[in-house]
Design a protein around this ligand. Structure first.
Ligand SMILES: NC(=O)c1ccc[n+]([C@@H]2O[C@H](COP(=O)([O-])OP(=O)(O)OC[C@H]3O[C@@H](n4cnc5c(N)ncnc54)[C@H](OP(=O)(O)O)[C@@H]3O)[C@@H](O)[C@H]2O)c1
Length: 320
């Protein structure tokens, strides 16, 4: 048994991971939150709720004393300059935390996705603090896009709010980059599988965590995702092709775009961000950003991931 602290543990992805850790029933779990009041679903017996102020480094260090593994799910969209996560890393080092996972849980690279650049800066910071000697073991869990989002608007997990993507199964349509349907790859991993892998990684005691923790639930090119969509939805999709040059210029010349926004985004930011997400995901997919590596698959070779097609066939069965 080790002590596991979960920063941003009140969030949606964190709660999936907490459920997996609680089910394994092996570790002592502490949720770090800025909120005084524990939220529902985080009050299972044995879970401690610790109020923290990310601006108070000495108190944060005290709060982390005795922690073996620290998982961060801090929402980067509302952490300007990554102040909270930087202070969290400093406090973790001060408290002698052994292992850390920054708030990643997405693409392999942040290229062309400005709203994720903070993740890259945190990786740089982790390299910097470890430059002279290894003071904090860490891994970047990178599962690609949550498979659950291809079920939008249907909810497929306990805590993850459905989100629309460029693969719009509900309306049988998709956006692709012209001439890249076969070479742009999308890694699709269910949030439940990511949580199960993180729970196994927390147990892992046969060596250090790999610095990159690729999680490859399903690796499909865009053409394969669409073909799968057409099979599970029973009819052809309307495909719109966008040009790389337009995307590079920040243009999205399509008849539709994303409308459902993540809960961390304010109304004022929503429309610009939704367009940037479309442009960024499409453009970055042509540069391998969503082609996750498979370090975690190799660490846990017996783990069976949900197949994208079986998962989605079940979701869409009988739905118009
Ligand atoms: N691969 C995918 O498809 C995918 C999809 C969704 C999310 N993700 C990734 O998963 C991670 C978690 O995302 P999420 O959607 O679960 O997050 P979330 O629910 O929006 O937020 C997580 C937590 O962050 C904390 N937080 C917010 N602003 C903060 C600040 N300034 N300082 C410290 N803590 C702050 C809040 O906790 P308290 O208020 O309790 O302190 C909140 O509950 C992110 O890295 C995100 O990019 C990946």
């Amino acid at each position: 048994m080790v002590k596991v602290a979960i920063a941003g543990g009140s969030g949606q992805v964190a709660r999936e991971v907490i459920d997996a850790l609680v089910a394994a029933n092996k570790h002592e779990i502490t949720i770090l939150s800025r909120k005084a009041q524990p939220i529902s679903n985080t009050t299972a017996p044995g879970i401690k709720w610790q109020v923290v102020d990310y601006n108070d480094k000495p108190a944060l260090t005290e709060a982390l004393r005795g922690t073996h593994t620290l998982l961060s799910f801090v929402q980067l969209l509302s952490d300007p300059g990554e102040k909270s996560q930087r202070n969290l890393i400093d406090a973790a080092i001060g408290a002698g935390v052994k292992r850390f996972a920054p708030s990643e849980y997405g693409s392999k690279s942040t290229i062309d996705m400005p709203w994720t650049y903070g993740k890259g800066r945190i990786v740089e910071y982790l390299k910097e603090v470890n430059a002279k000697s290894n003071v904090l073991e860490y891994t970047l869990f990178q599962p690609g896009l949550f498979l659950d989002y291809l079920a939008f608007p249907h909810q497929t997990s306990a805590h993850l709010t459905p989100l629309q993507t460029i693969f719009d199964f509900a309306n049988r349509r998709a956006l692709v980059v012209a001439n890249h349907a076969d070479d742009a790859v999308m890694t699709l991993t269910s949030v439940k599988d990511l949580a199960a892998i993180i729970a196994r990684a927390v147990d892992y005691d046969c060596g250090r965590w790999p610095a990159t923790g690729g999680v490859r639930g399903n690796r499909l090119n865009f053409a394969q995702v669409i073909a799968m969509g057409e099979r599970v939805r029973g009819r052809p999709f309307k495909i719109e092709k966008v040009k790389v040059e337009d995307l590079e210029a920040g243009e999205l010349n399509t008849s539709w775009g994303l409308e459902a926004v993540h809960h961390a985004v304010s109304d004022e930011e929503a429309s610009a961000l939704l367009k940037a997400v479309c442009v960024g995901v499409l453009l970055s997919s042509t540069k391998g950003a969503w082609d996750s590596s498979d370090e975690m698959n190799r660490l846990f070779p017996d783990y069976e991931f949900a197949s994208a097609e079986s998962f989605l066939a079940k979701v869409w069965e009988g739905k118009e």
